[in-house]
Ligand binder design. Structure first.
Ligand code: NAD
Length: 484
């Protein structure tokens, strides 16, 4: 497959190039080979993207929600028809195995476009009766021009989780993918245009943090939605605050997964595997602090290691592979650094821990046991296939330890005692909690973090609130009363 895009940026319905920008190599994580090249957006490209989006948004916001929604739903259909090709591209961009990308990436992008396309006609205000026959009504209005900034782990999904609600509400969007995965968002831009989206409403510009920062600081931008790390979130939130801009911040996590000793063994092992090794552990909501109650610990670790032995690590384009490389040499080095710290700080390495020889960025799935709360591998987001198993005995104690983190993205509980499951989730400080499950993210359900993990919610009807203003209109039916 030739993955080199026609040009780096997609503006006003067409590919645009400016090779005065800094070159960005597109590296295939499975081999380390350079597969293509794009160029970072220059100030001229950023200007073109803003002018084009700003002007397209005016007419778009005047359409009915139903008209806007029809285009989004058509885009969802095209994405589903091309799922295979889009999944192959996602695998080249990220290294995630095709067995995953075929069911988790373009499909979830299509889900978002379909859902928000369906919802677009129902974005309405309310009628508020007041005294003396007076009344008011509210309208939900578009914010204007939104900037989406993506992380590299789910480039297609992130592009659409932001674009779908933004466009449904009548906004335009400029999307800047991560510099590590520049390809997939360009395909989404092509498909939206093909589905009938007027040119300029979804522009894609490439670049690193400097391009993101230039967009966030521009006074013509009304809203910023970032998916990224907490340190980047702090910078972007501060820059947006200076211009009093709306934000959605989808940031990192270090989520707890609590396994009580009455849990179904096979089920909680499956949960822990999904919560740590899917997408080679590169998922923000992963349950990387696995608290295991004393009575089930040995059985849990034994079964986990047996199941890990059957992981098929290899060529991500082979559908039999279910564990692929990490996204980049840099990310691999960061994770190896954490593994070194885990060993140095006294955790027991149960399995894995090494880079797998060859040209790609492969790392063995890694498990540490006897991890304590103060260790770096229990405190910091690793963003790789490293599970930390921590021991616990008492329910109140594990809740306190689970919450003793600056993050608050997700949390999971495995138990067959349903009263306990609800009692515990009631006290967990996390935007999404899972009971006997992990990492489900259907578009109908709000997704986002508490504490340092973020602001606002993506998906569901909640996202509409973050991509629209409410305007109140007071209507007096009688005469005004005035003091003089
Ligand atoms: P990152 O923070 O390094 O970069 C994210 C994006 O921000 C990139 O596009 C980058 O170019 C851009 N950026 C960097 N500095 C910027 C600045 N000053 N102004 C504007 N934009 C800037 O994150 P990453 O390494 O790409 O992704 C991994 C992180 O993303 C992890 O922390 C992970 O938890 C988080 N993440 C969160 C979610 C979620 O929904 N909560 C989902 C996926 C990933």
């Amino acid at each position: 497959m030739d993955i080199q895009p026609k040009a780096s940026h997609f503006i006003q319905g067409t590919y645009v190039e400016d090779n005065n920008g800094t070159p960005i190599d597109v590296i295939y994580p499975a081999t380390g080979e350079v597969m293509g090249r794009v160029y970072s957006a220059t100030p001229e490209i950023i200007e073109q993207a803003i002018v084009s989006a700003k002007s397209a948004q005016v007419a778009w916001a005047k359409l009915s929600g139903g008209e806007r929604g029809r285009i989004l739903r058509r885009a969802a259909d095209i994405i589903r028809e091309r799922n295979y090709d889009l999944s192959v591209l996602e695998t080249y961009d990220t290294g995630k195995p095709l067995s995953e990308t075929l069911c988790a990436d373009a499909t979830s992008a299509a889900d978002a476009l379909e859902y928000f396309g369906g919802l677009a006609g129902s974005i309405t205000g309310e009628h508020i009766p007041l005294g003396d026959g007076n009344w008011a009504y509210t309208r939900r209005e578009a914010l204007g021009l939104c900037v989406g900034i993506g992380a590299w782990n789910y480039p297609t999904q992130i592009a659409c989780w932001k674009a779908a609600p933004a466009l449904a509400c009548g906004n335009a969007m400029i999307f800047k993918p991560s510099e590590t995965t520049p390809l997939c968002a360009l395909k989404i831009a092509e498909i939206l245009l093909e589905a009938g989206l007027p040119a300029g409403l979804y522009n894609v510009v490439q670049g690193s943090g400097d391009v993101g920062a230039a967009l966030v600081c521009d006074p013509r931008i009304d809203k910023v939605s970032l998916t990224g790390s907490v340190p980047t979130g702090r910078k972007v939130y501060a820059a947006a605050a200076a211009g009093m801009k709306q934000v959605t911040m989808e940031l990192g996590g270090k989520s707890p997964l609590i396994i009580f000793d009455d849990a179904d063994l096979e089920n909680c092992v499956s949960g822990a595997i999904l919560a740590n090794f899917y997408s080679t552990g590169q998922i923000c909501s992963n349950g990387t602090r696995v608290f295991v109650q004393k009575g089930i610990k040995d059985a849990f670790l034994n079964r986990l290691c047996e199941r890990l032995d059957s992981a098929i690590i290899g060529d991500p384009q082979d559908e039999a592979t279910n564990f692929g490389p990490m996204v980049s040499e840099r990310q691999l080095a960061l994770v190896l650094g954490f593994i070194k710290k885990g060993k140095a700080e006294g955790a027991r390495l149960v399995t894995g821990g090494n880079r797998i020889a060859g040209g790609g960025f492969y790392l063995q799935p890694t498990i540490f046991a006897e991890v304590t709360d103060d260790m770096s591998i229990a405190r910091d987001e690793i963003f790789g296939p490293v599970m930390s198993v921590l021991d616990f005995e008492d329910e109140a104690d594990v809740i306190a330890r689970a919450n003793a983190t600056e993050f608050g993205l997700a949390a999971g509980v495995f138990t067959t005692d349903f009263s306990r499951a609800h009692r515990v989730t009631d006290r967990l400080q996390a935007g999404t909690c899972f009971i006997n499950s992990y990492n489900d993210a259907p578009v109908e359900v709000p997704f986002g973090g508490m504490k340092m993990s973020g602001i606002g919610r993506e998906n569901s009807k909640e996202a509409i609130l973050h991509y629209s203003h409410v305007k109140s209109v007071f209507v007096r039916m009688g005469k005004m009363e005035s003091p003089f």
